[in-house]
Design a binder for this molecule. Structure first.
Ligand SMILES: O=C(O)CCC(=O)C(=O)O
Length: 363
């Protein structure tokens, strides 16, 4: 066997996919010298698309976060921007985005070392918590997967962790999730025959088409919906492609305090599929900050630098640094390319080779 083939079989990082999605995962997991409970949990995460850590968060931390809620959700609260950090978004009355910037306990929950260690093991790369969402009430959101909002190049390096900040019951609109749905094809707009909208918000005809698809696929595959009725302090981690949403609030006015953290992984390009066109190579890149360090995270492809060239409607095209051709370059290449083909047809090979060189292609 070649050394390269051997490396694919035995070294988890050889294939640049999340480890849990690698075809070599089972044998490599078997060989890993780690706690059997961690192995079992990781295998279940791969098979089911989610894993639950019951009562994993200490009461004191949950109390601290809940203690912030009256201030955080008071419509009169104004939060000043913090230099070099994302803004805390308060415009949606039902949720607070990136409150980690000003609330240390929310940041502590998003960066729990045990969770980061689990994710590092399952994905084979360092996790980067990049967004927190705090909810006071159930979202009643329709089923969706995070993969339509957040993906990476290479794909799949994303997941979410949902934390109950109070007991979850049938009354307060618990989280709904569909075990195994992460194995459905990972959709991009081209699969729906749709084009990305301009602007930064994932709503409009493309999103409607996406939710119609989800409704249909749940019915066609007979996917079972489970409700997460669990005690406070419980965490559910979902694979980016797991379908989930919020159940209706059965008793109006009942709170359902929860926190979601979204994680990317290092060494990727981070983008929003619903606002991008992958076949055209146009990406709506995400500006992300690592909640652990507070620093901006650069886009790289497996660690190699990538440059974004602004294109249309907030989308960028990606190039390796220094390799973005100017318009003049493109014209030159085209003209000499034509000349090369013309000369080759007439068997003027030496002249054709010169045309190729002058076109900027030495290979
Ligand atoms: O909390 C919920 O009901 C759903 C949250 C959610 O879908 C998300 O944050 O991606």
């Amino acid at each position: 066997m070649s050394e390269d083939a051997d490396a694919f079989l035995t070294e988890p990082g050889s294939l640049r996919t999340p480890w849990i999605r690698s075809p070599f995962f089972d044998a490599q997991l078997e060989a890993a010298a780690v706690d059997p409970a961690l192995k079992e949990r990781t295998r279940r995460f791969r098979d089911d698309g989610y894993v639950v850590f019951e009562r994993a968060v200490d009461d004191a931390l949950v109390d601290e976060i809940v203690g912030l809620y009256p201030w955080l959700f008071d419509p009169a609260t104004r939060i000043d921007p913090v230099e070099g950090r994302p803004p805390v978004l308060t415009d949606d009355p039902r949720r607070r985005q990136d409150a980690w910037v000003v609330c240390p306990p929310i940041r502590a929950l998003a960066t729990r070392p045990e969770l980061l260690e689990f994710l590092r093991f399952a994905y084979g790369r360092r996790p980067i918590p990049f967004q927190t969402l705090n909810f006071e009430f159930g979202t009643e959101q329709s089923a969706h997967s995070d993969a339509i909002h957040f993906d990476t190049l290479p794909s799949g390096f994303m997941c979410g962790a949902w934390v109950a900040l109070e007991d979850m019951t049938e009354e307060n609109g618990p989280l709904v999730y569909y075990p195994g749905s992460h194995l459905l094809p990972e959709l991009q707009l081209e699969h729906l025959g749709a084009w990305p909208a301009g602007g930064a918000v994932a709503s409009g005809p493309s999103y409607d088409r996406y939710t119609a698809y989800v409704e249909a696929v749940v019915r066609a595959k007979g996917l079972e919906a489970r409700r997460l009725t669990v005690p406070r302090g419980t965490i559910l981690v979902w694979d980016s492609n797991l379908l989930h949403g919020g159940a209706p609030i059965a008793v109006p006015g009942r709170t359902r305090m929860s926190q979601v953290t979204h994680y990317y992984f290092e060494g990727c390009v981070y983008y929003s599929p619903i606002l991008s066109s992958r076949p055209l190579g146009e990406y709506r890149l995400k500006v992300i900050h690592d909640v652990v360090t507070g620093e901006r995270v650069p886009h790289t492809l497996n660690g190699a630098p990538i440059e974004a060239v602004p294109f249309l409607e907030g989308r960028d095209r990606l190039v390796r640094p220094g390799r973005a051709p100017s318009t003049l370059d493109v014209w030159r290449r085209r003209a000499f390319g034509r000349a090369e083909r013309f000369l080759r047809k007439r068997r003027l090979d030496r002249l054709a080779a010169s045309a190729r060189r002058l076109g900027g292609d030495d290979a």
